[in-house]
Design a protein around this ligand. Structure first.
Ligand code: SAM
Length: 228
């Protein structure tokens, strides 16, 4: 899968994706991650990418032309990418959207904003606007990384044990059951006997029940959404 990011700060993407699962997937060629420095598409000698807002107000707004030129250039290099604009005003990203994104061949083009925001007309140039939550960050780079990480681990072959995807939180619209490892007892807290017994049928039932109970207690909204 190809993932192209248009950003003013391409260097931010270097270290996070050099290590771990996504780093390995990049090495293996399962993910091709390319950053495109927006500054190179800036206007004039100063490579200007922002300007004062029409109508006045604080801060600067990203001009549409450099972003449009960057989108056209990336599109010419790799046609058919699903164009995603990172914005706190977008659809809130979740596991279902991550799964949809994996299905977009040949991949994604992610546009990270900065400053007070982006000229409204850029919205017409993208396929989807995505927020990572109801808070405001200074730039779209971290949100883009969140999307890349969540989507990347769903790409077939990226995860060592793909079955774990079926069981983890949100896979079936529920939170995952409680996990334990050694020791059997830690500071007076014991691992539930059922997990030590080795009866895999009973363990499956216990986990399914715990997963429902935990979701009902912590995220009843997820259960509401599951109802037909
Ligand atoms: N003034 C804008 C508003 O109120 O909607 C916020 C601009 S924010 C300071 C600058 C950039 O950071 C945005 O263009 C966007 O790319 C990114 N950003 C900030 N918070 C985000 C979030 N929750 N989800 C996705 N992108 C976000």
């Amino acid at each position: 899968m190809e993932i192209h990011v248009i950003t003013l700060f391409p260097e931010m993407f270097e270290s996070p994706f050099r290590t771990g699962m996504i780093g390995r997937a990049i090495e293996q060629g399962l993910i091709v991650l390319k950053t495109h420095p927006l500054r190179e598409f800036g206007l004039g000698n100063y490579r200007q990418v922002d300007d004062a807002p029409y109508g006045g107000g604080s801060g600067m707004v990203m001009r549409p032309e450099p972003i449009a030129d960057a989108i056209d250039t990336v599109n010419a290099q790799c046609p058919g990418l699903w164009r995603v604009l990172m914005t706190p005003q977008g659809e809130v990203f979740d596991q279902a959207i991550a799964r949809e994104f994996v299905g977009h061949a040949p991949g994604l083009m992610i546009i990270a904003g900065r400053y007070e925001g982006i000229d409204e007309r850029v919205r017409a140039l993208v396929d989807q606007e995505i927020s990572i939550g109801d808070y405001v960050l200074s730039g779209g780079e971290l949100p883009a990384m969140v999307v890349i990480e969540a989507v990347g681990r769903l790409i077939p072959g990226v995860l060592g044990n793909p079955e774990s995807l079926d069981e983890e939180s949100f896979a079936a619209g529920l939170l995952e059951y409680p996990q334990y490892t050694r020791p059997d007892e830690f500071r007076g807290m014991r691992v539930p006997d059922i997990l030590l017994g080795g009866d895999h049928g009973k363990i499956r039932e216990w986990r399914a029940a715990e997963s429902r109970r935990r979701t009902a207690r912590r995220r009843p909204d997820l259960l509401e959404r599951r109802r037909p």
